[in-house]
Design a protein around this ligand. Structure first.
Ligand SMILES: [Zn+2]
Length: 505
């Protein structure tokens, strides 16, 4: 049973299974949508429909429920001409379908599906299995996001974190502040590197998600067990919004969406009441749109020069009796955390924005180097953690830097005290898009590193990864997706027609 990510347990047994257009499915009413997905896949690949039946003894494929199985887990038993899928929830049934599509081999000539008899028992290592896409530096719209949800969900990743805002663009429609789309979603040039020379060009770049786009994306992702986590990055990386509403800055003098990639020194003023009203209003509209329990507030790489020289920021610090600019940032996050908590939301921020006074309910995303992580350990200990070591899992890096080997060998608990290991919610990879300008570059960078990430997030086991990866690459070929295929060729020799014969749903 060659499945990626690798299941907790799987074995082949003697015997084989085959179905054709006469096959029928029996389904627990809870899992109709997942069974229909399987029927659609079979129809697209083989041209026949699997019919539903109410009589279990007539069925060759059975979806049933067992509340005792773990969340998102499933069992597949293929034996004596019957494939039985058991799960405790919709996510488990969906993941069973994703495994079946890798197990079932197409026999297009005979218009049937065949596989060896076998048994799979599977459930995730981590509940949070994420990937972040930066759509602020370069915008990617609904179609690309749906494709990303497809490839993520096929390998059982379940969180798409959208970096919606940065110095270089604000990419979400907010009804109360129309200038965020009129001004903040457009920039009139970008830093480029051509022929060894770095300069700012004058090619405009624009785009944003409408509320309708988000509703459509959330529904599409939800059907595939993917949670969309929105991020409004603050108080740094905020220049696009400030360009639209200059009162939000300490100086009031920022006039354009940033073209250079480095982080700006202009940040959200922490002393002005307008800042808090603005962000809370934006968060209110975000909470209406995104059902996720998480809202990411960024918090990284905040140069505090402007706060240091701002009368309002200084007065705020005096009122609060705090003496460090870091604690001023912590105060700001706390104001938004309290606002979001009233709406049932949990805040995530990156670890360099966490201080010892940050509320313990705030999730810390560990993304800076291990050395730094150790140094800041006192501040992140005792709180929920998401592991994202950027040197390993930032897929904007070249494949020679963030290597396949590095992703596969990721040790999620490295540098984390034993007592804190239960606090690790999971793993998240990322792609920052300063140098990723189009869909081809995007998927070339992501695939197949995403498959390696999924393997780490789903399972502790590692075996024959590159052999199992061949079927994924065959799927990417079929779907017309750009990917970097040289790792499989290096690992198992040139991908031959053998892989093609193993084409799956
Ligand atoms: Zn200020």
């Amino acid at each position: 049973m060659k499945i990626l990510p690798i299941p907790q347990k799987s074995e082949n047994v003697s015997g084989s299974f085959a179905i054709n257009g006469n096959a029928k499915m029996f389904c627990d009413s809870e899992f109709i949508a997942q069974a229909e997905m399987l029927a659609d896949l079979v129809y697209e690949s083989c041209g026949f429909f699997l019919q539903f039946t109410d009589v279990i003894t007539e069925a060759q494929i059975i979806f049933s429920k067992d509340a005792a199985l773990p969340a998102e887990g499933y069992v597949i038993m293929i034996n004596r001409g019957i494939a039985t899928v058991t799960s405790s929830d919709k996510a488990g049934a969906f993941y069973a379908v994703q495994s079946l599509r890798q197990i079932f081999n197409l026999d297009v000539k005979q218009r049937r599906i065949a596989c060896a008899d076998g048994y799979v028992e599977d459930s995730p290592r981590f509940a949070y299995r994420g990937f972040m896409l930066d759509i602020a530096r370069h915008f990617f719209g609904l179609d690309v996001l749906k494709t990303l949800v497809d490839v993520m969900s096929q390998v059982k990743l379940n969180v798409l974190h959208l970096h919606l805002t940065d110095d270089q663009g604000f990419r979400l429609q907010i009804d109360k502040y129309p200038l965020l789309t009129e001004i903040a979603s457009r920039r009139f040039g970008s830093e480029v590197n051509r022929n060894g020379e770095t300069y700012v060009d004058d090619v405009p770049h624009e785009g944003y998600l409408t509320k309708q786009d988000v509703r459509e994306l959330v529904a599409y992702a939800s059907a595939r067990n993917v949670d969309i986590v929105p991020e409004i990055d603050l108080p740094g990386h905020f220049v696009a919004a400030i360009a639209a509403y200059p009162d939000l800055s300490c100086t009031g003098s920022v006039s354009e969406v940033r073209k250079k990639w480095s982080a700006s020194k202009d940040i959200l003023c922490a002393g002005n009441d307008k800042s808090y009203r603005f962000v809370n209003d934006v968060l209110d509209e975000i909470c209406e749109l995104f059902p996720s329990r998480y809202v990411h507030l960024g918090g990284e790489e905040v140069a505090k020069d402007r706060w240091c020289n701002c009368k309002l920021c200084r007065e705020r610090m005096a009122d609060l009796r705090i003496d460090s600019l870091e604690e001023l940032q912590t105060h700001m996050i706390e104001m938004f955390r309290v606002h979001l908590e009233e709406k049932g939301k949990t805040v995530i921020i990156r670890n360099d924005g966490v201080t010892k006074n940050t509320d313990k309910r705030v999730v810390s995303q560990l993304w800076t180097a291990t050395k730094h992580r150790r140094a800041s350990y006192e501040t992140v200990s005792g709180r929920p953690l998401i592991v994202s070591p950027r040197k390993k899992v930032n897929f904007n890096h070249d494949y020679n830097v963030a290597t396949m080997k590095g992703v596969l060998g990721l040790k999620p608990f490295r540098g984390i005290r034993k007592a804190d290991r239960d606090n690790v919610l999971g793993i998240e990879g990322a792609i920052w898009t300063q140098r990723v300008e189009n869909e081809e570059q995007l998927f070339f960078n992501i695939l197949p590193r995403l498959d390696a990430l999924a393997e780490c997030a789903w399972s502790k086991r590692r075996k024959d990864f590159y052999i199992r990866l061949q079927k994924r690459l065959a799927y990417y070929d079929k779907a017309g997706l750009c990917y970097n295929g040289k790792f499989v060729r290096n690992a198992v020799g040139n991908r031959s027609d053998k892989a093609r014969q193993g084409d799956t749903l």
